[in-house]
Design a protein around this ligand. Structure first.
Ligand code: ZN
Length: 160
């Protein structure tokens, strides 16, 4: 099995058996992302407490790359502190943009998405869930000027 076959198999597995798929019942925050180039849509719901991502789920539609990437992303950041999650988003984004040598912290699974770089138009598909997560964390920070102080649950205007 070549590396390319392995990558394809990992992506296909996440696409067909997405992890953390669905919507959280009472998320702290929900947010949508859209990639107009390909028509991909991602909706994230996050449960955040003590500055950690306690739970995360996604729904969406679009190409296999975007949906598999969302599945991998949720698996990667679930349980992470917000700043850890932001750091992984940044590493992944940089790696997809080829701006720095592969950091060792990323998992083998996430490396499967590196093959997408051969198709520049698809890089945006792979990045969509990650940029959506970053925007969601930004939203959370804007709504929580004093993290850890008081309210855990924030109403979300974007929630369905
Ligand atoms: Zn796509």
């Amino acid at each position: 099995m070549t590396l390319e076959d392995l990558s394809r198999e990992i992506i296909l597995d996440h696409y067909q058996n997405p992890r953390n798929h669905g919507r959280l019942e009472s998320p702290t925050l929900a947010n949508r992302g859209h990639n107009p180039l390909c028509g991909d849509e991602i909706e994230l719901s996050l449960s955040i407490a003590d500055d950690s991502i306690r739970d995360i789920a996604f729904t969406g539609r679009g190409c296999s790359i975007s949906q598999a990437s969302a599945s991998m992303m949720t698996e990667t950041v679930k349980g992470h502190r917000l700043e850890q999650a932001e750091a992984v988003v940044q590493q992944f984004t940089r790696k997809m943009a080829n701006r720095e040598p592969p950091p060792t912290e990323l998992s083998e699974e996430l490396d499967a998405l590196q093959g997408v770089k051969k198709y520049p138009a698809r890089v945006k598909c792979a990045l969509l869930p990650w940029t959506t997560l970053r925007e969601t964390v930004d939203l959370y920070r804007q709504r929580e000027p004093t993290p850890g102080d008081g309210e855990d649950v924030v109403d979300c205007a974007d929630a369905p």
